[in-house]
Design a protein around this ligand. Structure first.
Ligand code: SF4
Length: 190
């Protein structure tokens, strides 16, 4: 795993397309139990090099019912975005994760992650990649259908403040899904 993480940290595959340069941000340990497949680092995480070190991370930790020490315990959580480097800004927010990253690295990572038994799929990029034709037409439908993907996968929306309107429109997410998510996470902390 250490060798693989070092290889990833030296990856330059997308260098010509990354306005802010390469800076892969992820965290994984051979004993990780839960994989969190996110989208890509934002500008803050690109600077700090700490996964989910922003408002989205604060909300995600609240959903999971864990504090920062639990969240950054790599023996519990592997933090693996679809794209490991900050893709830069587009017209309507951050650009999508680089499409080269997951096919190049995810399978190799999962080969060394033998104790993972729950995979949280955050956002539509992760859901489409991992659920393939099991994903519904929209993220809302996929997340609403979350029980169909358990026990292996649990799809979630992105916790970004940009999605606050979605959270207001979909109160079932807090009422129905979050309690299930917290119960799942609790099982690994006893
Ligand atoms: S996004 Fe992934 S594939 Fe692209 S340079 Fe960064 S680590 Fe390499």
């Amino acid at each position: 795993m250490e060798k693989l993480l070092a290889e990833i940290r030296n990856c330059k595959t997308c260098l010509p397309f990354l306005e802010h340069g390469v800076h892969p941000v992820l965290s994984a340990h051979p004993k990780s139990k839960i994989a969190i497949i996110g989208q890509a680092p934002g500008s803050i995480v690109h600077k700090t090099g700490i996964p989910w070190d922003d408002k989205s991370g604060e909300r995600l930790r609240d959903w999971l019912g864990v504090d920062t020490s639990g969240f950054y315990n790599a023996e519990l959580f592997a933090l693996i975005p679809m794209g490991f480097c900050y893709p830069g800004k587009g017209k309507s927010g951050d650009l999508p994760p680089r499409g080269e990253c997951a096919p190049q690295w995810h399978k190799l990572l999962f080969r060394s992650l033998n104790e993972i038994d729950l995979i949280l799929l955050i956002g539509s990029y992760a859901q489409k990649y991992y659920l393939n034709d099991r994903a519904k037409n929209t993220l809302t439908e996929t997340v609403q259908n979350f029980e169909a993907y358990l026990p292996k996968y649990l799809p979630l929306p992105h916790p970004s403040p940009r999605n606050n309107i979605w959270f207001k429109k979909n109160p079932w997410f807090n009422d129905d899904l979050i309690p299930v998510l917290r119960e799942e996470i609790m099982r690994y902390q006893i």
